[in-house]
Design a binder for this molecule. Structure first.
Ligand SMILES: CC(C)(COP(=O)(O)OP(=O)(O)OC[C@H]1O[C@@H](n2cnc3c(N)ncnc32)[C@H](O)[C@@H]1OP(=O)(O)O)[C@@H](O)C(=O)NCCC(=O)NCCS
Length: 342
């Protein structure tokens, strides 16, 4: 007798199982392409899972197979969407290799999609409509995700909802050999450390206060990324990323950027794209990674691409692809924190 599949929210102690599903499903096709994954390091995936479950529990579902009688349960897939203002982003969707192609991925996706009211006269379908117009035009807000260019299944599944691959994202990895490609911050541009707010005001009385700083970051995010996401900033800082606000000496905001000693770089959001190379250079000098730096660079961010490649970083693996129903971010001025959390 075949096991039935059910869908439900995850229990907190199931996040490591989800991370194992992620590893198994990606390793399955990467190994076939000659790029097997290293053994799984579950900790970062579990921390991210906790953050996403904590900030958007409604859009996190697991697919569970139960043995007859329901005595044993095992997670065979999971999906996580995160809603930030008007943008819904599919952070993760993975199904165990042996369970793929049986509709589990589509069922999970349907459950983690936002229940957004449709606009326009005669708009009646509740989400996954059959009409192409319904998929692309009629939604409030934006549906977006990031896929692997080597993965036809996910790209096909999302494209049917209008979440079509629009832009490559390259992983640039290495230690900058030549730093001369990164000019210093221009005269009159200063970097203010984004430490916990009480420490900022203690160390630097001229630094903006807590509420003001939050508003400033929100305004930069809405201009560059299209939506504000304070909880994600907090998560990244708790996970060891160090950030700076860039501003004029008169206190006019210009953008922000993060890096970390373990080499995870970003996010970087700039109001003025000519600051891209100086800000990357400042971040790499201020928080020198112990090993290689790893930066996700959208194709639109030509300035970051040119500077980082000329500094000696190398493109690693296949590009990922940003997918969306309609444009929402100025990626020529943004470097994401990662592919599961922009
Ligand atoms: C992507 C993934 C989650 C999908 O889950 P799944 O259970 O295998 O998917 P489903 O069976 O529900 O649906 C697959 C859909 O893709 C379609 N599809 C598969 N290969 C295709 C191709 N080459 N071209 C077009 N469509 C294709 C199927 O026809 C099906 O569409 P339908 O529901 O309209 O019939 C799963 O395959 C997986 O974990 N893959 C590896 C990891 C991964 O890439 N995850 C996505 C990260 S962005």
């Amino acid at each position: 007798m075949t096991e039935a599949v059910t869908y439900r929210p995850p229990r907190p102690n199931e996040l490591a199982d989800c991370a194992l599903v992620w590893h198994a499903s990606v390793n399955d096709y990467m190994a076939r392409l000659g790029h097997p994954l290293p053994p799984p390091v579950l900790e970062p995936a579990v921390r991210l899972g906790e953050h996403l479950l904590g900030t958007d529990p409604e859009h996190f579902r697991v697919a569970v197979k139960s043995s007859p009688g329901g005595k044993r349960e095992r997670i065979v897939g999971f999906g996580i969407g995160l809603q930030r203002e008007h943008v819904w982003f599919l952070s993760q969707l993975y199904v165990l290799p042996d369970e793929q192609h049986h509709g589990i991925g589509r069922a999970l996706l349907t459950q983690v999609l936002p229940s957004v009211p449709e606009t326009g006269a005669g708009a009646t379908d509740s989400g996954v409509g059959n009409s192409v117009d319904a998929a692309i035009d009629r939604r409030h807000g934006v549906l977006a995700t990031c896929t692997d260019s080597a993965q036809p299944i996910s790209n096909a599944l999302y494209s049917k909802l209008g979440i079509v691959a629009r832009m490559p994202v390259f992983n640039l990895v290495g230690r900058p050999g030549s730093r001369s490609v990164f000019p210093p911050l221009p005269e009159g541009v200063e970097a203010v450390a984004l430490e916990p707010p009480e420490m900022v005001s203690h160390r630097n009385p001229a630094a903006p206060g807590k509420a003001e700083l939050r508003q400033t970051i929100d305004a930069i995010d809405r201009d560059v990324l299209g939506y504000a996401h304070q909880p994600d900033h907090l998560f990244l800082r708790v996970q060891g990323r160090t950030g700076f606000l860039y501003q004029t000496s008169a206190g006019e905001p210009l953008g922000y950027g993060y890096s970390s000693q373990v080499g995870r770089f970003g996010p970087v959001a700039l109001l003025d794209e000519t600051l891209t190379a100086p800000v990357i250079g400042h971040l790499l000098r201020a928080i020198e990674p112990r090993g290689a730096a790893s930066v996700w660079v959208p194709g639109a961010n030509d300035r970051a691409m040119v500077a980082l490649l000329r500094a000696g970083l190398r493109i690693e693996g296949f590009p990922a692809m940003f997918c969306w129903t309609r444009p929402f971010a100025a990626f020529e001025r943004y470097l994401p924190a990662g592919l599961a959390l922009l």
